[in-house]
Design a protein around this ligand. Structure first.
Ligand SMILES: Nc1ncnc2c1ncn2[C@@H]1O[C@H](COP(=O)(O)OP(=O)(O)OP(=O)(O)O)[C@@H](O)[C@H]1O
Ligand SMILES: Cc1ncc(COP(=O)(O)O)c(N)n1
Length: 273
């Protein structure tokens, strides 16, 4: 089992309430049956209602965590989430280059759903450093606007914005449309082509960590050998199911239901005994 088990690393911030960040990523990896590992960049103080504070980890400790993992374990894919500041961005870039990391999915996290800045203002420009090493970058609408300088109102601007972000060095760009009215339309720009992924918007308030979950699912699928378009298609379906299975936990924007399919399977096995 351990010989075929794929290993996936998340480099992200901790969400003590379990809905986003490292915690969402590890649950996603678990549900994808890959071995999850984590490098923590920042410890946030948050719940489903609000982010109260964040304590960034020393960049040397971030480097040390990445090195400790890569020196000992073969990593099949890596997802990068909240990176907080310029020094941490540089530390991640240098170490991932040194380790010749492959299958890098970058979720350029900037602002939480509750409006807290998870990336220092001066670090927004430095995000382009990470674009250059990413195989797939997954900005939401406000992040794509900041990275490309294009105001996005619909699919046309999503495509233009994706092209600009590609020109800035990202190998492939998935613009997530969860913040736009209408359906949940994401557009993937890959090797000069556009691939739309559209699904009905699921009503409800369980969308805490949708972006974290999507990027962790894409990384897990890449680790398992899926090609980018299929990896994204399956990851989007996983997020949709997670929103539908959303858990009534907390008083604000609640978490996705990650392992419900596995729980359902276990229940069926128990019932058939
Ligand atoms: N209500 C919804 N129903 C179905 N899919 C959704 C819904 N909201 C978001 N999605 C999908 O979830 C994924 C993440 O999109 P979103 O735009 O919410 O990212 P994000 O803003 O980075 O997330 P987060 O706020 O967690 O950081 C996309 O594939 C998007 O289409
Ligand atoms: C550590 C961490 N990483 C990412 C998010 C974004 O998720 P959301 O936009 O759903 O608040 C978050 N809230 N916390």
């Amino acid at each position: 089992m351990s010989k075929t088990l794929k290993k996936v690393l998340t480099i992200a911030g901790s969400d003590c309430s379990g809905g986003a960040g490292i915690q969402a990523d590890l649950k996603t990896m678990c549900a994808h049956r890959v071995y999850g590992m984590s490098v923590i960049t920042s410890v946030t103080v948050q719940n489903t209602q609000k982010v109260y504070a964040a304590q960034d980890i020393d960049p040397e400790i971030v480097t040390g965590q990445i090195r400790a993992v890569y020196e000992d374990i073969q990593v099949d894919a890596v997802k990068i989430g909240m990176v907080s500041n310029v020094q941490i961005i540089q530390a991640i870039k240098e170490e991932l280059l040194r380790q010749k990391a492959k299958n890098i999915v970058l979720d350029p996290v900037m602002i939480s759903k509750s409006g807290f800045s998870l990336l220092k203002e001066e670090a927004i420009a430095a995000m382009s450093e990470l674009l250059q090493i990413a195989d797939i970058v997954t900005p939401n609408i406000p992040e794509a606007e900041l990275l490309s300088g294009i105001k996005i109102k619909g699919p046309k601007e999503m495509e233009r914005s994706a092209r600009v972000i590609s020109e800035r060095g990202a190998a492939a760009v998935l613009i997530k449309g969860g913040h736009l009215p209408g359906s949940a339309l994401d557009i993937f720009c890959y090797k000069g082509q556009f691939y739309p992924f559209e699904s009905p918007k699921i009503p409800g308030k369980n969308t805490h960590g949708t972006g974290c979950t999507l990027s962790a699912a894409i990384a897990s699928n890449l680790a398992k050998g899926l090609m980018p378009v299929e990896a994204i298609k399956q990851a989007k379906a996983y997020v949709g199911q997670g929103i539908k299975d959303g858990l009534a936990i907390g008083h604000g924007v609640g978490p996705l239901g990650h392992l419900n399919e596995i729980y359902r399977q276990l229940e069926r096995i128990e019932e058939s005994r």
